[in-house]
Design a protein around this ligand. Structure first.
Ligand code: ZN
Length: 376
């Protein structure tokens, strides 16, 4: 990237930072729980149209935009999600003198993922204001990412032209990117015993809780190996202390970078549940759901090279990392769109102590501009 461009950015810096802060505060001021993104979607649709984009909003509420470019390079897709985790109602921000923007404390701040949204918007403005030719850009602002990327399950990917994507949805200072993410499967296992009066005829009952205790002793938990974890998160069972419990249910998750390995563990748990229940004369029910599918983007892919080169030119670290959480890149990779997840300057997300900084928003928007203007 030309030095003139960097110098030009300097002049724009103060103005852009004010604009970033104002736009951030404006957007977090809109309630946007998962599946309640109508208002923020309307606001963002106007902003994208204002950048000269062709914008479509699908039935689920996902926003898709296309911006033609003069640079004869393939388009890239930039993405962030519009929903926020709970507690999300009435989000309020406090801006500190040092430029930290933190939650006032009663709700999350919503930097996850409003930081990504404003960095994308401002990054496009910076690229446009530079007067330099940029590549075609596609935007995907999704709904219901926080509920395991449900929003993109309903998105029609056939309209997407890009084969490469950047998802702005990772904690940390601007300039790092995650190349891989896990598969995540949730499961539910129930033991069906038989109810009986606990005092009169307990021998006629089959105690589902006691059988579940045996099963729990057999299911491996925590780190199963370097890249797989399993957790039992909830347990429910029994009605009254004077009834031999008929039903006991556990719910848990398995996650890991190797999809097949995760599916093997899930199958093992099902087998253990069936065997343990049957050995005690009880029945077992087992269901599971694959929420996200793992991917690994090679470090030598163009999408990574472009990121690292842009970071070098902008004085950012360009660190490559991995994440053990999901993002919209999981469904994008499933659709054959190779990508990485970029840190967008959000910290302590999913808590009411969430914060970001104006400097991060600025660096994030510079990086977006760099990616759009890159000839890689
Ligand atoms: Zn997020």
């Amino acid at each position: 990237m030309a030095e003139a461009f960097l110098a030009g950015l300097k002049g724009l810096e103060e103005q852009a930072k004010v604009q970033l802060r104002d736009e951030f505060l404006e957007l977090i001021g809109i309630d946007a729980p998962s599946w309640g993104e109508q208002a923020i979607g309307t606001s963002l649709q106007k902003k994208l149209a204002g950048l000269g984009m062709e914008v479509r909003r699908d039935e689920a509420g996902n926003l898709y935009g296309y911006l033609p470019g003069e640079l004869a390079r393939p388009p890239i897709l930039l993405s962030a999600h519009m929903d926020t985790v709970e507690p999300s109602k009435g989000k309020q921000a406090v801006t500190e003198p040092d430029g930290t923007i933190r939650s006032a404390g009663d709700a999350v701040l919503g930097a996850d993922c409003v930081a990504g949204l404003v960095e994308i918007l401002q990054g496009i403005r910076l690229a446009q204001d530079s007067g330099r030719p940029h590549r075609p850009v596609e935007i995907l602002f999704s709904v219901a990412e926080e509920t395991y990327c449900e929003g993109l399950d309903r998105f029609d990917f056939s309209q997407v032209k890009s084969r490469e994507s950047y998802v702005l949805d990772l904690t940390g200072t601007i300039g790092s990117a995650a190349l891989k993410a896990p598969t995540l499967v949730s499961f539910q296992a129930s033991v069906r015993g038989r109810a009986a009066h606990a005092g009169m005829e307990p021998e006629k009952g089959i105690n589902a809780i006691a059988i579940m205790a045996k099963l729990l002793g057999k299911i491996p938990q925590g780190h199963l190996d370097a890249e797989t974890t399993c957790n039992i998160g909830t347990i429910e069972g029994g009605r009254m202390i004077n009834i031999v419990p008929e039903l006991c249910t556990i719910r848990g998750e398995v996650r890991g970078y190797n999809h097949e390995r995760v599916m093997e563990i899930v199958a093992d748990i099902e087998r253990l549940a069936t065997e343990t229940a049957e050995a005690a004369g009880a029945g077992a029910d087992f269901t599971y759901k694959v929420h996200i599918h793992s991917y690994a983007t090679p470090a030598e892919a163009d999408v990574v090279t472009r990121f690292q080169q842009s970071c070098r030119e902008l004085g950012l670290a360009g660190d490559l990392t991995e994440t053990f959480g999901g993002s919209d890149q999981n469904p994008l990779s499933r659709q054959g769109i190779q990508g990485i997840v970029l840190s967008n300057g959000m910290y302590k997300m999913h808590t009411t102590e969430e914060y970001t900084t104006i400097e991060d928003l600025w660096q994030g928007s510079r990086l977006v501009a760099g990616l759009i203007l890159s000839e890689v």
